[in-house]
Design a protein around this ligand. Structure first.
Ligand code: RAM
Length: 550
């Protein structure tokens, strides 16, 4: 009897561990959505890689963040020469990988035995400066523990060990911190088990493609592959979790490359299952120890972007079952955004509760006009979804086209400076790239007006320009929509090509060609240098071959 009870309790616990305890109280199907998410959780595939070269760090003012790597020969000395000979060694895996590091060491000579513990420090890095910038006193705005430096103490030799945390990067520094004076060792084995949920090959580009665009494509594919784990992660080094904005851009990029649509479906269901008690989506989810949202973190722009992600997923896959299941989420995100509008149909930045709006990582950027534009864009795209699902007769939905028009009219009245031909945002009437972009994407500015606004803003030295690739993605979309194909191509080549020229093997979370050290977290070492939202050149290059492959 006791055993039966115990196994019932265990089964219950297991079930709750699998399906999560706190799905949304707002959506009656949220538990089922979580179960559906489980059934399409992607399998990971693995590859074992070993270091290709020994390298050394070189301080160089011309190099990105002041550091570059120099070749220092074959990695053989790691396996053949006593470690004390070079008690700090840096290895290059030749590419960015995500996974687990396993090593083993053995005595450097016969009849040699360890008579004291051996203490080693392993530091894994995405870019050279991560290995060479002093960390203490630590002043970063995010946890110090994101830095991938691990100290291990081995009490016996020979010994094999796997570093418990998942690592992500290209470079590995190993330092000897403690050892007996009468002992030395060599590495026997050092392998990295790299993982991704990508299984398909991406399409090859036309042979006419400019070599720099080919390089951008490869780096973009590598970025996306690394971020495609069991969810679309924002960055495999940091934060290793699903964010709606990153999901949307990764899913677009995936649709034009690796086509792992099950991953997109998994993420869409997961996010829906964990909406809050008002039905508002959480901006971000973590997978371990069981899937759960970062409670209380909501970004209203991302909520609306979810609707667009679902539309794109449906267009790509024809999977109406999923889109129908998740339709109530779409309706609710629109309702929640509209709640923040003034009676004159202007997005009210001061209305409580005030929401975090992402759009970009950029100090001083005023988000009001962008949010107005995005709301209109989301109304239009959500209506398109309603049309595809036969939902346009629903009472709330019927109103959406007229509402979008009201918001457009209000936007033109409130934000548009006809004389200059640009949209101005906020109390200080700021001119930013993104205010124009979102008014273009929402057709609040027509093609001609949009082209004028973009040309004007791009020629204004004081205009607020974007700070990260997430924002530049939408700038390129807007330029293409206005028919400014040459400008779109130039921007892609200069911005993402700028990272490639600085040595990027994967695209970075933030990149400002005028400031190598820009960090939203006050310390460039904890920026992510393989970041999902930066991979979208792969989408543009494949979607518009006439612009990017000619
Ligand atoms: C950071 C990451 C992530 C982004 C959020 C808003 O944590 O850069 O990609 O979506 O911010």
């Amino acid at each position: 009897m006791r055993n039966i009870l115990l196994s019932a309790v265990c089964a219950l616990f297991l079930q709750s561990a699998q399906v999560g305890a706190q799905t949304s109280a707002y959506f009656k199907d949220s538990k089922e959505w979580l179960q559906k998410a489980e059934t399409c959780r992607p399998e990971l595939s693995y590859q074992s890689v070993t270091p290709l070269r020994l390298i050394r760090s070189v301080a160089d003012k011309q190099a990105f963040q002041g550091w570059r790597m120099e070749d220092a020969g074959s990695p053989d000395p790691l396996y053949t020469e006593p470690f004390k000979k070079h008690p700090s060694i840096t290895l290059d895996f030749g590419n960015h990988y995500t996974g687990f590091l396993t090593f083993s060491i053995k005595p450097a000579a016969e009849r040699m035995a360890a008579d004291a513990p051996i203490r080693l420090k392993f530091t894994f890095a995405e870019v050279p400066a991560e290995l060479n910038t002093p960390l203490e006193p630590y002043k970063g705005g995010l946890a110090r523990s994101w830095v991938q430096d691990e100290i291990v103490t081995l009490m016996e030799v020979p010994k094999e060990m796997t570093i418990p945390r998942r690592l992500s990067g290209r470079y590995l520094k190993i330092e000897l911190l403690g050892i007996s004076s009468s002992f030395d060792f060599v590495f026997d084995k050092l392998t990295f088990r790299a993982q991704t949920s990508v299984t398909n090959e991406a399409p090859a580009l036309a042979s006419t493609t400019d070599p720099l665009i080919q390089d951008i494509y490869q780096v973009g594919l590598n970025t996306l592959k690394e971020c495609m784990q069991t969810v679309y992660e924002d960055g495999p080094k940091r934060d290793q979790r699903l964010w709606i904005g990153d999901l949307y851009l990764e899913a677009l990029a995936n649709a034009y490359t690796f086509k792992n649509h099950e991953l997109t479906k998994h993420c869409l269901y997961l996010l829906a299952a964990f909406a809050n008690d008002e039905g508002l989506l959480h901006a971000t989810l973590l997978e371990r120890p069981e899937a759960h949202p970062q409670y209380g973190t909501h970004t209203l722009d991302y909520c609306l972007i979810y609707n667009v992600a679902l539309l794109e997923y449906l267009k790509e896959t024809g999977d109406k079952e999923t889109a129908n299941d998740l339709w109530p989420v779409v309706v609710r995100q629109i309702e929640m955004a509209l709640r923040q509008y003034s009676p004159e149909w202007i997005y009210d930045m001061d209305k409580k509760p005030q929401y975090w709006l992402v759009f970009d990582w950029k100090n001083g950027y005023d988000r009001q006009a962008s949010m107005q534009g995005l709301t209109i864009f989301a109304l239009q795209r959500s209506y398109e979804l309603a049309q595809m699902l036969g939902k346009t007769d629903e009472a709330a939905v019927k109103e959406w086209p007229a509402l979008a028009k009201k918001l457009q009219k209000a936007a033109r009245r409130y934000f548009y400076d006809k004389k200059q031909g640009v949209m101005l945002s906020g109390k200080n009437k700021q001119v930013s790239y993104l205010s124009q972009v979102w008014m273009i994407l929402s057709n609040t500015l027509n093609k001609k007006e949009g082209a004028k606004a973009m040309a004007t803003v791009m020629s204004m030295p004081d205009a607020c320009y974007p700070g990260c690739p997430y924002a530049y993605h939408y700038v390129i979309e807007a330029l293409l929509q206005c028919g400014m194909t040459q400008e779109a191509r130039d921007l892609l080549v200069n911005y993402w090509g700028g990272m490639v020229k600085q040595g990027a093997d994967t695209f970075w979370e933030v990149y400002d060609p005028n400031n190598d050290y820009l960090s939203p977290y006050g310390f460039h070492v904890i920026n992510s240098y393989c970041h999902a939202w930066s991979c979208t050149p792969v989408y543009f290059i494949n979607k518009y071959p006439e612009v990017f492959q000619k």
